[in-house]
Design a protein around this ligand. Structure first.
Ligand SMILES: [Zn+2]
Length: 156
């Protein structure tokens, strides 16, 4: 069983359990996944992804590319990590630290702050924080350059 964070077109958030990712896709296609608040069948997975914005160094990231993003699962329940996995995590954490070292943590205000800077309402600087995947796509569609940030120790 997999638990998904879901969101309907009216941005109601809820959780659903599914046999597998394929089972979710199949049920969604048949309109069987409904929002418990408004009954809408226009439901999608809401993935909270940390993201980083750079306004000085443009990194092309199209919504298409973002939707085709490959993901890898990491077993966090295992107490003893393999040395390779440990090394990978350390490298990701280092990369993350390098990426955020000059950036301000704006937490949940990431999308709002990124927009304000983009439209000149605020002085441009490097920020990082959290936003939903859908909101991240919208930022990209608005021409704001963002990148998914590797996982790290500073967010829990
Ligand atoms: Zn709803």
């Amino acid at each position: 069983m997999i638990k998904y964070q879901l969101q309907c077109e009216a941005e109601h958030g809820f959780e659903g359990w599914f046999q597998s990712g394929d089972a979710f896709d199949a049920q969604k296609k048949r309109g069987l996944v409904e929002c418990p608040f408004c009954g809408s069948a226009k439901v999608d997975r809401a993935i909270m992804a940390p993201a980083v914005a750079r306004t000085d160094r443009m990194v092309p990231l199209t919504p298409h590319a973002a939707r085709d993003q490959d993901w890898i699962s990491m077993d966090s329940s295992q107490e003893i990590l393999s040395s390779e996995e440990r090394e990978l995590r350390e490298r990701l954490a280092e990369l993350r630290q390098e990426m955020i070292k000059d950036a301000d943590d704006v937490g949940e205000n990431f999308a709002e702050e990124a927009r304000r800077m983009h439209y000149g309402e605020k002085e441009s600087r490097q920020i990082y924080g959290r936003t939903s995947l859908e909101e991240a796509y919208e930022l990209v569609e608005d021409g704001i350059s963002i990148l998914p940030l590797p996982p790290g120790r500073d967010h829990n």
